[in-house]
Design a binder for this molecule. Sequence first.
Ligand code: A3P
Length: 330
Amino acid sequence: EYKSDPKTSNKLEEIMSTVPKRKGAWLMFNDLYLYERFWCSSFQLEGILRAQDHFKPQPNDVILSSTPKSGTTWLKALAFAITTRSCVDESTNPLLTRLAHDCVPFLEFKLHSSPQKLNLDVPVVATHIPYTSLPKSIINSGCKIVYICRDPKDAFVSLWQFHHRVRPKGEEVSAWEDLPLEDAFEFFCEGFTPGGPYWDHLLGYWRASLESPEKILFLKYENLKKKTEYWIKKMAQFMGYPLSLEEEDKGVVQKIIDLCSFENLSNLEVNKSGKARLDVGIGVNTFEFKNNTYFRKGKVGDWKNYLTPEMATRLDQITEQKLNGSGLTL
Ligand code: A3P
C-alpha cells in the first residue's frame, strides 16, 4: 500500500482540469474523465496515477485484469485458490470467510469488507486499468497478466444491475436517480462507461497478448464457464503454479472449481450478508454495499432477459465493427 504524495496530487489536479470531463451517470454518479482514451472517475484516476508512480511489482507477481463486471470476482477467487492450494487447508481457505476482493486486492483502490489483513503472502493483485495506462513497472517487469473479458451484452446488463445495487453510505436512496436501461444502453454503445470504451479495453490487452503470449493470458468468461477445468489448468500453468499429476489424481482441480463456483461463493455467509466498503479519496464519500452485490446470477446469456432483439443486434454490430481485423471474437 502506498499513500498519496504531493507529486501525484498535483498531477491529478492538472489532469482533471485539462482532460474531457462528462457528467456522471454510472455507479456512484461521479463525473468521468477521459484519461488516456478511457473514462474513469476521479478516485480511479487518483488510484491509477498513484499506481503509475509507486507500484513496484515483484517479478513473480501475477496481475489479474478486466473491465468491471467481466468476472473479476471469479478470477480473483480462482487465482487465489490456485496459488494457495498447497499452503492452506481446504476447510480453512480464506475464500470461505472473506469476499474474494479481500483476498486479492485491487491495485488502484481499496475495497474492504474485512478489517483484518490476510496473513498470507499471495503474489496476486487485480486491476481495471487499461493496458496502455498500466504502470510502466508492470510492463517492464517479468510479471504475468491474466485478463478476463465477457460478452458485452452480459457485461452491460451486469453493470446496469450493479449500478442499482450500489448505494453511497449515509445518502438517501432517493438522492440516487434511476438510470433507465435505454439511457444506460446508449452510454454503453458510445463507450461511456467506467473503464470504457468497453471494446478498447479488451483490444488493448488482446493485442498485447498476441505480441507477448508468454506474458498475457487472455480469457473469456464464457469459455471459463464451459471448460472450467481446462482453463484452470492453463491458468495455473501460466501463473507458475502448474498442477502435478499427483494433484490431478487427487481431484485438486475439481476442488478449486467447487470452491470458486458461483453457487458455493454466493451462498457463503460472508458473501450473503457481509458488507464491503470502498475507500475513495478526494472529497468523495466512503461507499458501503453488500458483498452480495458481486454475486447476481453468474450466467452466460442473461442479457436475453433484458435486451430487445434490436438492442442485441446493435451491440453485436458495434462489437463486430470494433473488433474487425483484430482476430478477437466474442
Ligand atoms: P452477473 O451480474 O451477470 O450475474 P465482476 O466480478 O467483474 O464485478 O463481475 C460480476 C459478474 O460476475 C456478475 O455477473 C456476477 O454474478 C458474476 N460472478 C461472480 N462470482 C462468480 C463466480 N464465482 N462464477 C461465475 N460468475 C460469477
